[in-house]
Design a protein around this ligand. Structure first.
Ligand code: FE
Length: 139
């Protein structure tokens, strides 16, 4: 990764992140890990609400843009405005577009161009990097 770690509003030391995240969240968010497909309960959630960054609480996605990609990872066709940033990721012998939280830099997943209309984008997210807050008004 070529990203400078200093560009984010939320700055924590490695130790502070470890203390504030579960081991799996730390591995994915701070070490660019990937959760096993099909392991996130959020993959099957389609209630109305908002998906926040599990690292810093910034709202990242609306349930309005969530869809079933069949991949086993929570998938969205569009992020909230200014919520995410991207980097070119050349790991694992592939060129992919890495997606991270614009506020804390936490790794969320990747974006691919095989998504549904209207954007054609597939934001393939690690559920462990997200926290779902259901809409209270949607009951
Ligand atoms: Fe964040």
């Amino acid at each position: 990764m070529t990203t400078s770690e200093n560009q984010y509003e939320i700055q924590k030391t490695e130790q502070e992140w470890k203390e504030n995240l579960t081991p799996e969240q730390f591995r994915v968010l701070r070490k660019h890990g990937t959760e096993r497909a099909g392991t996130s309960p959020l993959d099957k959630v389609y209630e109305e609400g908002t998906y926040l960054c599990a690292g810093c609480g910034q709202p990242l996605f609306s349930s309005d843009t969530k869809y079933n990609s069949g991949t086993g990872w929570p998938s969205f066709y569009q992020p909230l405005e200014n919520a995410i940033g991207t980097n070119v990721d050349r790991s694992l012998f592939m060129t992919r577009t890495e997606v991270h939280c614009s506020r804390c830099g936490g790794h969320l997943g990747h974006v691919f161009s095989d998504g549904p209309k209207p954007t054609g984008q597939r934001y393939c997210m690690n559920g462990v990097s997200l926290e779902f807050i259901p809409d209270k008004s949607a009951n």
